[in-house]
Design a protein around this ligand. Sequence first.
Ligand code: PMP
Length: 412
Amino acid sequence: MANNTNNFTADFPILDQKVNGERLAYLDNAATAQKPRQVVESLVHFYEHDNANVHRGVHSLAERATEEYEEARQKVQHFINAADNKEIIFTKGCTDGLNLVAATYGEENIQAGDEIVISIMEHHSNLIPWQQLAIKKHAVLKYIELTDDGTLDMADAQKKITDKTKIVAVAHASNVLGTVNPLKELAKLAHEHGAVIVGDGAQSVPHMPVDVQDLDVDFYAFSGHKMMGPTGIGVLYGKAALLRQMPPYQYGGEMISAVHRERTEFADIPFKFEAGTQNIAGAIALGTAVDYLEKIGMENIAAQEQALVDYVLPKLEAIPYVTVYGPQDPQHHTGVIAFNMDNLHPHDVATALDAEGVAVRAGHHCAQPLMEALGVSATSRASFYFYNTKQDADQLINAIKATKEFFNGGTI
Ligand code: PMP
């Protein structure tokens, strides 16, 4: 059952406010999630008590900071069930992690004529790095297309992934369609053809249990800020054997074991990929966000969001002047719901909804090839998190109805 009232407002004071004189319904969680007090306090605590650079100092503050930073790595490791904490690389975010793989593994392993397979529903950050790599290397970029209900066409995946494929890169969950892709099946397919698979976990890790060993993905990237951590921190998971073979991404302090005039010996993973001073406070606060998620339980979070989708999706689909994209069946739809209202530009819709206190996003959602495939230039997008309620969902539906009346006096 979806919650009617928010049980989390004590932890999320930001949610308890009025916007344009109306109660705030924050439905832009796919863009970024709100941060509980515990995460904010963990940032403040670090800077007020423990701030020091990590791995370098022997003084007490440096040791404490290092311990907390490495503890955060272990928390992330357990959260996604990685086999080894060395497989967890702290990055700036999902985009940074995906670029890292393209610039290191991709740069080393892609030759002219090789094929890289992605899907048509990719966010630009899991598209442009591969597109540019393919251009540079004279490789071929192929897209797995969609079925009519906005899921990945697995028959097409079978055709596109061949022995020429060297890299498959696919979102675990779409940031537009609300689709969850069969990443485990795709990993199996990729491996059967000798390719590696890169998972984009930006929209999955915050919302469902993720087990990278069970998925058998080779790389998996996600962002801290979408799972209630701070901005500027993210994670790249990679299988240790692959990470060890890869060249560094950036050069500088922290990532070496010895530097000589003419050559450098690089540190072991993960430090080889963490050049320079990292976002130490961000990593520690991400660890606190992981604690928060684990306390609620990822199964419970997924169930709560499913209950919200079960409640709101049929209501949206029943509005005759609203088109919802992605799977029509709530059971196959995440809390990311892209929609359009007939004859209204999504930006106007988002502005009108804001006047009703409802925060949604409008635009191409960094997925222009997907917009083209859907035959639209943009959509509005409501995206739910576990702290949202039926009241938020009702406010969205009522605001859509009010928007129609505002623009056309009820005639559109
Ligand atoms: N992939 C997907 C599916 C996303 O939704 C996003 C963020 N909208 C990203 C990648 C990029 O994440 P970030 O901007 O935090 O690097």
